[in-house]
Design a protein around this ligand. Structure first.
Ligand code: FAD
Length: 262
């Protein structure tokens, strides 16, 4: 089976800086790590590989420094790594990011299974997986925390919906996003880091993609534009409703009338 795992390099600290002019994240390349959910995505892909002979390739879209996490993926057990990088990809919002990754995956070949983390700890939208599935025209299952069975033409997984679990069977090719689970991601192996110390990561630039319509990439391909960045305002003008719950509606009505909202 052919498996592709999407991984992203994120800031290692929660002290993320924003460029006030562009509204984009400032990524200085220092103090970064692999997105925690993507470690679980790799672990799940490697579990599938243990059950059925497979190749697992990792892809990331990011600056050249993101090569680091591709090496980490290989040291964990992935077979190969692809860095999708080009100035033309800069400023991409979720749609442009997902489209670019879909093109990178098409460049890498055909896959039965694409695995993403549930969300990142910087962008935090949890939208890339769904949009990527759309662009790749694949079935999509989110919040997967366990593989139940890998069959010849399908995979059976468990999804964690917070208060309930679902068991879902989905045909290949499909894309799943992975939730944290009890399957603690394996650590990068020292043996593999020695064995693969000369392993070349593939670099995929804009001109290598099938679709070279620039209007679909980077800022140009991003329907979302950040208009303004600001800290949330603090509002101390609060009213606590302490009386009987049954009278809450009337109290709220009086407050709204008082403040001339109604
Ligand atoms: P999520 O949807 O939370 O991630 C889910 C999963 O998708 C991840 O676990 C991972 O498996 C996969 N995934 C997500 N991103 C990647 C990736 N890059 N490579 C491989 N797999 C991935 N960010 C910048 O770095 N530079 C910019 O200039 C920039 N400009 C932006 C401009 C706008 C207007 C907006 C709205 C956002 C911008 N961003 C920029 C943020 C960028 O769009 C998001 O980082 C990106 O869309 C991924 O979204 P996310 O982090 O919320 O991913």
């Amino acid at each position: 089976m052919k498996i592709c795992v999407c991984v992203k390099q994120v800031p290692a600290s929660s002290n993320v800086k924003i460029n006030p002019k562009t509204g984009t994240l400032v990524r200085d390349g220092n103090n970064t790590k692999m997105n925690p959910y993507d470690l679980y995505a790799i672990e799940l892909a490697l579990k599938v590989k243990e059950q059925q002979e497979s190749t697992v390739k990792a892809i990331t879209m990011g600056p050249p420094a993101a090569t680091e996490i591709l090496h980490e993926a290989i040291w964990m057990g992935c077979d190969d790594g692809y860095l999708l990088t080009d100035r033309k990809f800069a400023g991409a919002d979720v749609v442009a990011t997902a489209y670019t990754i879909s093109q990178g995956i098409k460049y890498m070949g055909k896959f039965d299974l694409v695995v993403c983390g549930k969300q990142t700890t910087d962008g935090d939208t949890a939208q890339v997986g769904a949009e990527l599935a759309h662009f790749l025209k694949m079935s999509y299952v989110c919040y997967v925390d366990q593989i139940i069975e890998v069959k010849e033409k399908s995979i059976v997984v468990r999804t964690n919906n917070d208060k309930t679990y679902d068991i879902v069977e989905v045909n290949f090719p499909c894309l799943i996003t992975v939730e944290k689970s009890n399957d603690t991601p394996r650590l990068p192996s020292y043996k593999r880091s020695v064995k693969y110390s000369d392993h070349q990561i593939h670099t995929v630039t804009f001109d290598k993609l099938f679709d070279t319509d620039e209007s679909k990439y980077g800022l140009k391909g991003s329907p979302t534009q950040v208009e303004r960045m600001f800290n949330p305002m603090k509002d101390d003008n609060k009213v606590m409703l302490n009386e009987e719950e049954s009278s809450y509606a009337n109290q709220i009505k009086e407050i709204l009338k008082d403040r001339k909202y109604i």
